[in-house]
Ligand binder design. Structure first.
Ligand code: G6P
Ligand code: MN
Length: 409
């Protein structure tokens, strides 16, 4: 089994490698990156497990792939820091995936993701692609233009949310429960936790102590969760607490922090722990991360060995959510087996959530359109950008800063 990781010099690749070592059924790992020095630094951290090769030649990496993990960061962390910093300088929310920062990052990433998808379709048409690259929903939708259902987007935030809720409900790992979670990537809501025909979520919502015991309860506050009647994804923080979240400069922090690792001045493990401890400025319930590598491995295993799994993934909507069209990539529970991932419909979203999903999907479509006029509309119509003239100035500032946005000038 040949697994290719694009963005193989990325900081979190050792987490994937560690999961591969534990799983034991991948015998060949190919790391691709555009930066040879980062590739070499990460290669040094990997011990044991599958045979590892590293290359900067994309086509060579892709040939013969069974699975491709796409985990690239166009423009690097310096690009992310600029996305966030330029938004802050304009007085609007800047975040890797939400608000103006997410629009800028999407505009930069989509052309590269499309090129990769085209190459995969040509060189490894049988391969399954798992997209980790943020903004994950929008990038998966771009890749699906060429790969259809053979690209699946993943994020660990829904599974982390479900795990914390199950724990707060006192459920065991072997309890047979289904989680009614739906929306877009980083824009979803948990509306039900079903066991034996009973929805257990109302019980949790009625228990302030249990609600306050986990990350989402602390982040959103007990009263707000009760008012919503659902548990939102942690990234809804940027929508519900926009003022408080303004000025969050995580990109700049991570850039400084990870530079020390790539320069050989800090070791990988302590750098990872510091990153996780500071995630969303929250005290995490545990320091073993959200576990996106485990989601990826479970997905890959279910496809490769045709075993049935239910996982929350980013796939084309079909008729799952009534507020968006069939080709829109949404984040919903899916039934996965050797044939891929099929979305499962749950309870319809309430109007306030459906409204946000429709607005943000419209912005994503404008990002995908790839013209300057559409890019301006994407900034202006984003629910977290509050003025058309600010949108115009944001677009100019991003185009001036990022060489990858030359296609918009
Ligand atoms: C969560 C999100 C990912 C994000 C990761 C790291 O797992 O779901 O999309 O990449 O956190 O976030 P950070 O701010 O540390 O880069
Ligand atoms: Mn994510």
């Amino acid at each position: 089994m040949r697994l290719v990781i694009l963005g193989g010099g990325g900081f979190r690749v050792p987490l994937v490698h560690r999961a591969l070592v534990a799983a034991g059924w991948v015998d060949e790992l190919v790391l691709h990156d555009v930066a040879a020095d980062r590739l070499a630094r990460i290669r040094d951290v990997l011990v044991g497990g599958p045979r590892v090769t590293a290359t900067t030649d994309l086509d060579e990496a892709l040939r013969g792939a069974d699975f491709v993990f796409s985990a690239i960061r166009v423009g690097g962390l310096a690009g992310r820091a600029a996305d966030e910093g330029i938004a802050h300088a304009h007085g609007v929310l800047g975040q890797e995936t939400a608000g103006a920062g997410g629009v800028a990052y999407g505009l930069r990433t989509v052309p590269v993701a499309r090129d990769i998808a085209r190459r995969i379709a040509r060189l490894a048409p049988e391969a399954w692609t798992v997209n980790f690259t943020n903004p994950a929903g929008l990038v998966t939708e771009a890749m699906a233009e060429h790969l259809g259902p053979r690209v699946i987007g993943i994020c660990d935030s829904p599974v982390g949310l479900c795990r914390r809720v199950a724990h707060a409900l006192g459920l065991d790992a072997d309890d047979d429960v289904t989680f009614d979670y739906s929306g877009l990537n980083h824009l979803g809501w948990l509306q039900g936790v079903h066991r034996d025909g009973e929805d257990l979520l109302p019980r949790l919502l009625a228990d302030p102590e249990a609600l306050g015991s986990f990350e989402e309860g602390r982040l959103f506050g007990v009263e707000w969760l009760q008012a919503l009647g659902a548990i939102p994804n942690e990234y809804l923080h940027y929508y519900y607490d926009t003022r408080e979240a303004l000025g969050d400069d995580r990109g700049a922090f991570l850039l400084r922090q990870q530079q020390r690792f790539y320069d050989g001045e800090a070791d990988w493990e302590s750098t990872r722990l510091e990153r996780e401890a500071t995630y969303m400025k929250q005290e995490r319930d545990s320091l073993d991360g959200g576990g996106y590598e485990h989601v990826a491995l479970r997905l890959m295993h279910a496809i490769a060995f045709d075993t049935r799994e239910t996982l929350i993934l980013n796939v084309r909507n079909g008729s799952t959510l009534s507020c968006v069209d069939a080709d829109a990539v949404v984040e919903v529970p899916c039934e996965v087996d050797g044939g891929g991932a099929r979305p499962i419909a749950g309870r319809p979203l309430p109007d306030h959530a459906a409204g946000l999903v429709m607005s943000v999907k419209a912005v994503e479509r404008l990002v995908l359109a790839g013209t300057r006029a559409a890019a301006l509309k994407a900034f202006a119509l984003h629910p977290l950008v509050d003025s058309v003239s600010t949108a115009r100035s944001l677009l100019d500032a991003y185009v001036a800063r990022h060489p990858e946005l030359a296609y918009l000038s």
